[in-house]
Every structure is written in structure tokens, then in C-alpha cells.
Design a binder for this molecule. Sequence first.
Ligand code: KG4
Ligand code: ZN
Length: 335
Amino acid sequence: NHDIYVLGIETSCDETAAAVVKNGKEILSNIVASQMESHKRFGGVVPEIASRHHVEQITFVIEEAMNKAGVSFSQLSAIAVTQGPGLVGALLIGVNAAKALSFAYNIPLVGVHHIAGHIYANRLVAEMKFPLLSLVVSGGHTELVYMEKHGKFQVIGETRDDAAGEAYDKVARALNLPYPGGPHIDRLAQEGKATIDLPRAWLEEGSYDFSFSGLKSAVLNTLHNAKQRGEEIDPKDMAASFQASVIDVLVTKTIQAAKEYHVRQVLLAGGVAANRGLRTELQKQMAKLDNVELVIPPLSLCTDNAAMIAAAGTVLYMQGKRADMALNANPGLEL
Ligand code: KG4
Ligand code: ZN
């Protein structure tokens, strides 16, 4: 009966992150070095630049996480690292750092799926109650994940084209907003009116899959046609209309699935969980369901971080899951 300290490492995209979590729930440190500024002028994450930043930052970030936590390597029960999915060159930096430390200090190694990490960010703020449903919405993913118990993930719906965050970023670009566009659209949407008619991709009856490319095209076409006619479209109204469509589909499908699967909890996860419109609408609709709890982590735990990887890694470690020196980055890893 001793405390479990896990070092988490995350480098799947454009944040170099390390964190120490105690007993899978308590954050002792959570360091994130963002590269956002370097990618901004390119309007998106440049994989080659991401890898270089990770190499430069990783040792400092890990050192800072360990120092801030006041934990020594000999006290660690495990090192948990994001194995995939993500950019392969970026993932490799974290995986190799984790392997080197695991080997040098003889500490068990655990590979973590990035989405499992996003879901387990919730365990840092609330007790997980099974069965549960998690809506994972980020720049790379849009998934509804059903969990019957710890460590068991069943993807019941996913995007067939663009991820929700990707759609936000593309529409933002069309409105000449800086990258990443999600927060800017969110802000404009609060001030605008959802008066522009845009499609909602419900797909087949009963499907929990998503599709956002049609919506994105509709926005681009509407902007283009207006311009040709010499008309002005208020970007605030476009942002509000686009956001209304995305939220309508996300929330409706989540509520439907929560009912069908009789879950006790709904967890929101991923960078788009920062969206104020989504949070508000999900809260409003969930309030109509009896005995289903909604958990929404604070913004700092919704976007990429390593505390969530340590949290997920702790559970996998407790379940006896181990990786060895053959652990490799897997950009297309399945949940
Ligand atoms: O989870 P995350 O940090 O990285 C990935 O794993 O993808 O998510 C980043 C995504 C970006 O597409 C960004 O535009 C979006 O989350 N995002 C938002 C908001 N804040 C971040 N989208 C909508 N509204 C927001 N407030
Ligand atoms: Zn992410």
C-alpha cells in the first residue's frame, strides 16, 4: 500500500509536455512547452519543425516536471508515454526519451494511446463512473468512446472525414483568422447570430459517426458566392452559424448515445472541449437526463498535456500493462 508516482511524456503534435501524477489522480507537476508561435505563420503544424522543437525541449521539460513535483527517478513506479496516434517524427522524440529513462533507471515503461490520455484527463478532476461515454473532440479526432471499465475502449462513432477542430481551423482560415482558429471562431460566435443556413450531417439513422467536410464546403461556398455578388457576410454571423451546426450534431449524438448505452457519466475531452458554446449546450441538454453526470475538465487539461498521459498510464500500469525497449511510435495506433 504505497503511493504510485508516474511520469507522463507527450509529444504527439506541437506541445512538448511532461508531468508527474500521484496515484493516477493528483497532479504534482504539469509542464507544457507550446510551439504554437513557430507554426502560426505557416497556418498549421509543420511536422519537421515540430520534431526539431521537441528535440530541443524534451530534456528541459522532463527535468522541470520532476523538479517541480519534488520526486526522484527512483520513486517513480512507471514512465508513461504517448505512443500514437500523431506525427511520427514528433512521437519518436517522446518515445525515445521515455525508453532512455526507463532503461537508465530501470523503471517500467507504459505506452499510452493519445485519445485514452484525453479521456483520462477527466480522472484528474472526477471519479470515473462506469459505464461511461466520452466525447473526444480535438484537432485530429472526433470520437464517441464507450467505456464499460478502466482501460477498455469501444469507439461507437467517429468522423468519416475532418475532425471537429480541423473544421474549425479550416473555416477560421477562410475567415482570415489566425491559427489555431477554434478559439477565434468561438469568440466571434458569441457576438454573432446563427442566421446563415448551413447543413448538419446526421448520416444514417442510428449512426454515431460524424462528418464535417460538407459543412466546411458549405461555409466556403457561401462566402465565395457572397463575394461574387458583391455582398458582405458578417464573419460573426458565419462563425455563429458554423458553430451552431457543429454543436447541434455533437450534442445531439452524444445525448442519443448516452441514452442508448445507459451510461452513468459523460466525459468531454480534447481541445475543442474548450469551446464555450459546446460546454454550455452540452450542459443544458445533459441537465434533461436523469442520473447522468457530466464532467468537463478545465481548459488546461482539455488541450494536449502530459498529466492526462500519466493518468491513463497509471491505470494501465495497475492493470499490469508494460512496454519494453521494442516500443515504437505508431502514427496510426488504434484505440
Ligand atoms: O486536443 P488539441 O489541443 O490537439 C489535438 O490533439 O488535436 O486540440 C486542438 C484543436 C484545434 O483544432 C483548435 O482549433 C481547437 O482544438 N480548439 C477549439 C477551441 N480551443 C481549441 N475549437 C473550438 N473552440 C475553442 N474554444
Ligand atoms: Zn490531443
